[in-house]
Design a protein around this ligand. Structure first.
Ligand SMILES: [Zn+2]
Length: 267
């Protein structure tokens, strides 16, 4: 554990080589501890805590194989709900990272199957946990008071505070919740569609206008709507007879205006 903390300190000092070597050393200890209780299914929550710890460190040094092995082994036990959820979230992050590592060199990241799988996982139920989806894709989300109160949010390269993809999403904390959720979805869409054009930072104003231009902004808005209001859930609710706009908007935790746009209804 001390090695792990030393790695965090080193990360703040931006000493990547030292972070890596400390984490590699920490992984040796943590994996040994996890392995020693691997067959003792009565030893909970210790067993799952140790497996989560080993998986998390392995993930941070990009050892996808080891990370996945410890996540799977951890889930085979009887982890408390909180640890179980963390293991499942880690499994999704691992999927993304594996997708990036294997497919990135051969083809563009867009449409890569593991990322699609991760999106499907988080868009299976309403309301969509949009922050968990962002984190699973390697983005950290920070709710902050922005310098410009007219700003909706931004996505920026962020080695220190960003997720494993190296980006942070900043959201205007003064906006209402449904709007903040849409902003997160909109910035995720920029990451998925326009990652190569973000540069160091991409700022969206109140109307979701940015340096990318109208066409790309429209694409980001469309994908944001699809992430928050997946077609399969819209169909499901329709079949169940849930058609009232206010009720549907509440189910998806979006604004009625966003719901109407998604349904193609013009005011
Ligand atoms: Zn935008």
């Amino acid at each position: 554990m001390q090695l792990f903390q030393a790695a965090i300190v080193a990360r703040h000092e931006e000493d990547e080589a030292r972070v890596r070597s400390l984490l590699t050393e920490a992984l040796e200890f943590e994996s040994e501890a996890a392995d020693s209780v691997a067959n003792d299914y009565t030893l909970e929550p210790t067993r799952s805590v140790l497996h989560r710890s080993a998986a998390s460190i392995a993930f941070q040094i990009g050892d996808v194989k080891a990370a996945r092995r410890y996540v799977e082994a951890g889930l085979k036990g009887n982890p408390p709900l909180e640890i179980k959820q963390e293991l499942i979230a880690l499994a999704q992050q691992i999927k993304t990272l594996k997708g990036e590592q294997t497919d990135h060199r051969r083809k563009a990241p867009r449409g890569v199957t593991p990322v699609k799988e991760v999106i499907d996982h988080y868009t299976a139920n309403a309301p969509v946990d949009i922050i968990a989806l962002a984190e699973a894709l390697g983005l950290s989300v920070q709710q902050v008071v922005l310098d410009d109160p007219q700003c909706s949010g931004e996505i920026r390269k962020d080695v220190k505070k960003g997720g494993f993809a190296g980006f942070s999403i900043l959201v205007n904390a003064q906006h209402p919740r449904v709007r903040r959720r849409f902003t997160v979805a909109h910035e995720i869409a920029h990451f998925l569609l326009h990652r190569d054009r973000i540069g160091n930072r991409l700022i969206d104003d109140r109307m979701y206008r940015s340096k990318l231009g109208q066409g790309r902004e429209a694409d980001a808005n469309r994908l944001a709507g699809n992430l928050l209001m997946p077609a399969k859930l819209l169909t499901k609710f329709h079949v169940e007879g849930i058609r009232n706009h206010e009720v549907l908007a509440a189910k998806f935790d979006v604004s009625v205006a966003a719901l109407k746009r998604r349904l193609g209804i013009r005011d």
